[in-house]
Design a protein around this ligand. Structure first.
Ligand code: FES
Length: 69
């Protein structure tokens, strides 16, 4: 697979599918080997940022983004 897709999940993380790299603020790459999808936190409460750890559910985070204007 050579294409990266980022899907906004309702009330949840951004789901990244494809050959993407995730780096920290210093440019060090996180080990995401073996993962078909990467879930990036967008609620801000994950204890494992930048990755989602499911905490968005208890936080009441809401987002229902639509590409349709
Ligand atoms: S989006 Fe899941 S913990 Fe933030």
């Amino acid at each position: 697979m050579s294409e990266v897709t980022i899907r906004c999940r309702k009330d949840g993380p951004l789901i990244v599918t494809g050959p993407a790299k995730v780096t920290d603020t210093d440019g060090n790459e996180y080990d995401t080997s073996g993962k078909e999808n990467i879930a990036l936190c967008r609620c801000g409460v994950s204890g494992n940022r930048p990755f989602c750890d499911g905490s968005h559910r208890a936080s009441g985070f809401q987002s229902d983004d639509s590409a349709r204007a």
